[in-house]
Design a protein around this ligand. Sequence first.
Ligand code: CTP
Ligand code: MG
Length: 230
Amino acid sequence: AALWIIVPAAGIGARMQSQLPKQYLPLAGKTVLEQTMWVLLQAHHLKSVVVALHPDDQHFQNLDVAQDPRIQIVVGGAERADSVLNALLVIQEQAAADDWVLVHDAARPCLQLTLLNQFIDSLFAGSQGGILAAPVADTLKRVGAQHEILATQDRTGLWAAQTPQMFTLAQLLPALQQALAVGRQITDEASAIEAAGHALKVVPGPSDNLKITRPEDLPLAELILRAQRG
Ligand code: CTP
Ligand code: MG
């Protein structure tokens, strides 16, 4: 079997409030997306990285990494799940059913290479998909429309899902198509796999695998990357 990686990078980064989409903002001497790609291109068993881009994307072709022959481009969709589906349809034409598909957000550049490859190795020999996740550290409040506290949630057993998430193509493509067909809200691939009734493993992930979402996340990511790489 081979590994195909999908990088959803078609978002506009509304919460980042910057002119440039956040995947193209500078981070530790490259762009956010290049930092992410630098890690992913060193994945074990890698066949190809399929990057989903916004239809109006003007920036990807200017990146040095765009010349890498292992990279393919697809047009993204309205929601993240649509972008992932478009990539899956391209992969389906080239892959075997028992090939693996790993999805990783463009906006998570602090994933460490050793962890990525440990994650891949821990799932690749089996048949069950899995995700990187971390136990929730904060106290969780359910809050109403007027910002009033309604309840304190018991956080026992609650984990925050991250990417990478990895599944066989044979499980992920029909599960995602089905979830989209019934209008299910899908914020990660695992939820579609769960809805299809397939078992999934959780691999404990680090809290420094942050997703760059808001302006204050960028300097944090810069610190994390510089500390990781010395
Ligand atoms: N993404 C995508 N296609 C979409 C929406 C998002 O490929 N239609 C990608 C983003 O580029 C990002 C990842 O999915 O790498 C995670 O999404 P998020 O952090 O929400 O990014 P944005 O949607 O760009 O940001 P925002 O929600 O603040 O607009
Ligand atoms: Mg979004």
